[in-house]
Design a binder for this molecule. Structure first.
Ligand code: PGA
Length: 250
């Protein structure tokens, strides 16, 4: 059995004070949840203060990005070790906004994944096709390229600390969720890729989250799919009631 993960990607939102009080509200509202792993990813500047609010709660903290070096002349960047130092135990890597707006390649993303795993943190690797790619019937090819590129050189043992998030770009922030069937098809395809790259056991254990306009009113159908093991939530993670309802999916 794969323990579900519900992760909130706060993106570029909330000041330190807002993030702290929001995190405290979540800790109180979700205190009784024990069967779902909950992760929140605030902006970097809020991490250590939010981490203090999570003390004693099962909520985990994640960075939204990292750089694949520990220290050095890399102006503006942060290493997984620094994120760990701020209280994080996971890092979101290769989000489509970074792939698109900042030109991140599969090769760079692979280095980030490796550095994160080498720091004993969970890597949340994001993949997903654009609308043009889906319309051109290239969605599965794109997923195969991103999965093979992102996971290159990893061992089956390292895969235990890696989570995949399938986020079709056309569904992110658009209110247009993939249908349960579309999401299940992509997830099952990704699980097959993991089986081919590693082995069946690794594929069965690997958690694959869906992301892209997950809301309280569509989470139940998505979570009912065999290969959907959780959600990476953007917009709806910024509202306590919505995020809590998603965590408490049926
Ligand atoms: P959304 O974002 O839920 O607002 O679509 C998801 C994501 O980008 O991780």
């Amino acid at each position: 059995m794969r323990t579900p993960i519900i992760a909130g990607n706060w993106k570029l939102n909330k000041t330190i004070a807002e993030a702290e009080s929001f995190a405290s509200e979540l800790v109180t509202a979700l205190a009784d949840v024990s069967d779902v792993e909950i992760i929140i990813a605030p902006v970097f500047t809020a991490l250590s203060r939010v981490s203090a609010r999570l003390t004693g709660s099962p909520l985990r903290l994640a960075g939204q990005n990292c750089y694949p070096q520990e220290t050095g002349a890399f102006t503006g960047e942060l290493s997984p070790l620094m994120l760990k130092d701020a209280g994080c135990s996971a890092v979101i890597i290769g989000h489509s906004e970074r792939r698109q707006l900042l030109g991140e390649s599969d090769q760079l993303i692979n280095l980030k994944v490796k550095k994160t795993l080498a720091t004993s943190m969970t890597a949340i690797l994001c993949v997903g096709e654009t609308l043009e790619e889906r319309q051109a019937d290239q969605a599965l090819d794109v997923l195969a390229r991103q999965i093979k590129g992102g996971l290159a050189g990893l061992s089956a043992q390292q895969m235990l600390d890696l989570v995949i998030a399938y986020e079709p770009v056309w569904a992110i922030g658009t209110g247009q969720t993939a249908s349960d069937e579309q999401a299940q098809e992509a997830h099952s395809f990704i699980r097959g890729l993991v089986a081919g790259l590693f082995n069946q056991e690794t594929a069965e254990a690997c958690r694959i989250l869906y992301g892209g306009s997950v809301k309280p009113d569509n989470v139940d159908g998505l979570m009912a799919q065999t290969d959907i093991d959780g959600a990476l939530v953007g917009g709806a993670s910024l509202k306590v009631a919505d995020f809590c309802r998603i965590v408490r999916f049926n």
